[in-house]
Design a protein around this ligand. Structure first.
Ligand code: ADP
Ligand code: ADP
Length: 237
């Protein structure tokens, strides 16, 4: 569960990107974050994964205050947060399997430890995840031999390989065709519910979000302007 209390961010430039955001995302809930460009969506995501230091407020992950943790505790916190990116961020010259296994190494010296042998349990889990995302027969293909949708499936499996408590998903369908976008959104939302993961999906396509998520939060000018059921969202938000 993620809990944001009174979260605000003012950048050094003076821009108030987030103003007193209060938000709880329980385990198993998929929340879409929507709003126009400049609304503060990226800032919110970056505060949670601690790429941006909040000016005020607290961030709690499963009851633990992670707002100002540093060093080893920050790495431990980030391991509990799976990230899925618009551009997949796969290592294209590595295989599908190696990309998925790399989720296990997130933030612990990726290149240094990569060629250590992986425990059999990790490999079994990676195969199970590849099966779940429909790529079990492609495990030895190189990242750059995959379609956009397949790359995103690998990105999803890699994020889950981390066994996170929270998924942060940044525009997962922005470079995909409409049919693939629906498949990817359905896969992410189903997996979060199956694995009881809290998720925040930063997404432009409101209609797509409404079809699959449990809850929509709208930001505008750093303020929370909507929080509710996707079907209650008016088109002019
Ligand atoms: P998106 O809306 O696609 O998330 P943006 O265009 O808002 O991307 O931001 C792109 C990058 O520029 C981000 O790294 C963001 O932090 C940075 N950025 C956005 N606005 C400013 C600004 N006013 N001053 C400095 N950096 C900014
Ligand atoms: P969104 O993701 O909804 O497009 P952002 O979080 O990128 O919104 O931006 C929110 C506000 O913060 C904007 O006014 C933007 O210009 C500003 N901003 C974003 N990143 C930076 C930054 N690195 N430095 C200064 N201002 C920024």
């Amino acid at each position: 569960m993620l809990k944001l209390t009174g979260l605000s961010k003012r950048y050094d430039t003076g821009d108030l990107a987030l103003n007193d955001i209060n938000l709880t995302v329980p385990a198993g809930q998929v929340m879409a974050l929507i709003g126009p460009s400049g609304a503060g969506k990226s800032t919110l995501i970056r505060c949670v994964n601690r790429l941006v230091e909040p000016s005020h407020g607290t961030i709690e992950l499963d009851g633990q205050d992670v707002t100002r943790v540093r060093g080893a505790r920050l790495r431990q916190t980030r391991r509990q947060i799976g990230m899925i990116f618009q551009n997949h961020a796969l290592v294209e010259r590595l295989s599908v399997m190696e990309n998925v296994l790399s989720g296990r190494l997130a933030y612990v010296g990726f290149w240094r430890s990569f060629f250590r042998r992986f425990p059999a349990d990790d490999i079994r889990q990676a195969f199970n995840l590849l099966e779940r995302v429909g790529l079990q027969t492609q495990f030895d293909k190189r990242g750059d031999a995959l379609s956009g949708g397949q790359k995103q499936r690998v990105g999803i499996a890699r994020a889950l390989m981390q066994q996170p408590k929270l998924l942060l998903v940044d525009e997962p369908t922005a470079s995909l065709d409409p049919k693939t976008s629906r498949q990817i959104m359905r896969l992410i939302c189903d997996l979060c519910r199956e694995q009881q993961l809290a998720a925040i999906i930063n997404i432009h396509d409101v209609v797509l979000a409404q079809q699959f998520v449990d809850r929509v939060v709208g930001l505008r000018g750093g303020e929370l302007v909507f929080d509710g059921d996707p079907k209650d969202l008016s088109p002019d938000i």
